[in-house]
Design a protein around this ligand. Sequence first.
Ligand SMILES: CCCCCCCCCCCCC/C=C/C(=O)SCCNC(=O)CCNC(=O)[C@H](O)C(C)(C)COP(=O)(O)OP(=O)(O)OC[C@H]1O[C@@H](n2cnc3c(N)ncnc32)[C@H](O)[C@@H]1OP(=O)(O)O
Length: 239
Amino acid sequence: MCTLEKRGDLFFLTLTGDDDHRLSPAVIDSIITALSQVKAQATRGSALITTAQGNKFFSNGFDLAWAQAAGSKSGALDRLNQMVLSLKPVVAALLSLPVPTIAALPGHAAAGGFMLALSHDYILMRSDRGVLYMSEIDLGLPFPDYFAVMMRSKISSVSARRDVMQRAMKIKGEEAVRMGIVDSVHDSAKNTLEAAVRLGEQLAGRKWDGEVYAEIRKSMYPELCGVLGLAPKVIVPKL
Ligand SMILES: CCCCCCCCCCCCC/C=C/C(=O)SCCNC(=O)CCNC(=O)[C@H](O)C(C)(C)COP(=O)(O)OP(=O)(O)OC[C@H]1O[C@@H](n2cnc3c(N)ncnc32)[C@H](O)[C@@H]1OP(=O)(O)O
């Protein structure tokens, strides 16, 4: 599951538990609820930090064990598809949130978990542990449309995109910075979160208009907004 806390101007959405934070339907639902609360409570000068408990995983992606527990191939596919469809509104909520968003990774982010991280404006991760890893080709799974569009939209280097999508590269922090996927790396989970707090306070301190911030973010990723069903909103400038 996840918790949502507000400390000063910062919202902290934390994936809880000492496991690998698989994105099961229940976890995905709790994230959606938390993001709705952020949207409702956000003011000029808010920012969101999304992180996870423990120091090995941010999220290892969809809960394949739950899918396979369906007891049949078709049932497993249906459950996998259910998770694919239920994560889409999470991505849409992050793309349209009226606050700056930061993912602070205490460890690995794989597949759906990597997509959750990539749905944020900024990603900070550890240099000493943890990889970004799109395991789908290793699992013989195709990418959902919005996964592929997310990576096309947010990973600008063709070779980096190939290494992520077609080579299932396990990308460590320093490399992820070189590939333009991650903003900064830090030598522990604690220091990664502390850096995220500093960045969050810096961004929150700019006290941007949240509606304008969200529309500018959406204008940066028109194809992604299209696949998520996020229409641009006309903003009447407040002069
Ligand atoms: C109606 C029907 C319609 C049908 C349609 C159906 C749908 C079809 C569409 C399908 C959609 C697919 C989309 C799927 C999305 C998903 O999410 S599926 C789930 C995917 N998840 C996974 O595959 C999990 C992947 N994870 C892993 O493989 C591993 O957990 C890991 C991330 C690779 C981590 O492995 P692990 O061995 O646990 O790693 P560690 O022990 O932490 O590290 C290993 C060693 O490496 C060292 N290390 C780690 N990081 C670093 C670092 N940054 N720097 C240096 N060293 C590092 C670590 O210390 C370990 O070393 P040793 O301790 O020496 O072993």
